[in-house]
Design a protein around this ligand. Sequence first.
Ligand code: MV4
Length: 450
Amino acid sequence: MFNKILVANRGEIALRVIRAAREMGIQSVAVHSTADSDAMHVRMADESVCIGPPSSAQSYLSIPSIIAACEITGAEAIHPGYGFLSENAGFVQVIEDHGLTFIGPTAEHIRIMGDKITAKETMRKLGVPCVPGSEGGVATLEEARRLGEEIGYPVIIKATAGGGGKGMKVAGTAAEMERAFQTARAEGKSNFGNDEVYIEKYLTTPRHIEIQVFGDGKGRAVHLGERDCSLQRRHQKVFEEAPGPAISAEERARIGKTCADAMADINYIGAGTIEFLYENGEFYFIEMNTRLQVEHPVTEGIFGVDLVREQIRVASGLPMSFQQEDLKINGHAIEVRINAEKLPNFRPCPGRITQYHAPGGLGVRMDSALYDGYSIPPYYDSLIGKLIVHGRDRPEALARLGRALGELIVDGVDTTVPLFHALLGEEDIQTGNYNIHWLEHWLETNLGDG
Ligand code: MV4
């Protein structure tokens, strides 16, 4: 096992990794920008290194600075958290070239899943059900038109390098194909330097269901069920739960085994998430994320396992501490993302926290790097906390969420907390009756957002 690891991230996820390391008797090194000298992750780590000015490009994304911080402190491994360098195959390569260990998947797996055409082709060959569509890339408008007729409208054109909804255009009819095809290509080129696109049947009212997988890199892999992350605004998740309210135990076991077997086949190592659209009882693969996700705590809640601890274990060469038979779901968990944003337009709202009080009690987990008097810098993501509740069943978790939100105090900045109070009053939220379009529709109707 490692003696010391470096955490190449900030905020709540940096604390999450430092906490796992401490429980394992591993020393932690924080890195930070000059804007984060007073940040909680710097205070909580055993050591810290300033790696650059405020801009992410010159600090949390600066590979040479992070490698230098490892060399200065003697850290043997790097945990990337989520975002920043977590899915950067070149970073993994540099880490290995310096004799260090990346706590995450191989550069090759990151590369395969980072290109969506390659990811889909790989998953299809592994027996994972995919959205009907083109086999590989579509190079010409003529081919796109032919496929539109073959698949049947509506179709969606996606940039292979796309992300966050960029480089994705729906063509509802043949008449809309030219514009959708050219726009998706142009967005792929300008945002990701890659104009390759592919085409899929457009599913009109699916849920976003993602399967948590975990591998040891040696041909063993398990699944930890699904999360329903359908409640999103502009491709940002705001509310996530596990298990999914629409997924049966039989469906879970079946798609879960398909995913676990696929990961075993490719010797996947560490945590991964296989994203599906779910409609009319069918799962359709769309993408795989080769990292620990923001919403991993809901899975930890219902399975009672520490995913970061497992990541560190397998990265050091140890086996996973559980097998599939050991993984049993207990109750229900819900996460809400608390952002420093002003409603109704979700405008980022950095500033000084004059008072912070975290909720507590049975079944309540608050992952946050806030403290009284902390100033949220304007340079980074507006996520300031995640409130995760666990109950014996979904109604109990919902009631607990309402109770915990009532205890939470974040003064000095606007937050998304009022949104969650309002959502808890909605019958569709109470019954789990929602899909990927529900929240945007609700926001438009109730806040005039959009
Ligand atoms: C789709 C889709 C419908 N049909 N693919 C959005 C971002 C990217 N991760 C995939 N996305 C979608 N792909 C097909 N074939 C609808 C979406 C989509 C979406 C997916 C998940 C959660 C929220 C969403 C909001 C709008 C569109």
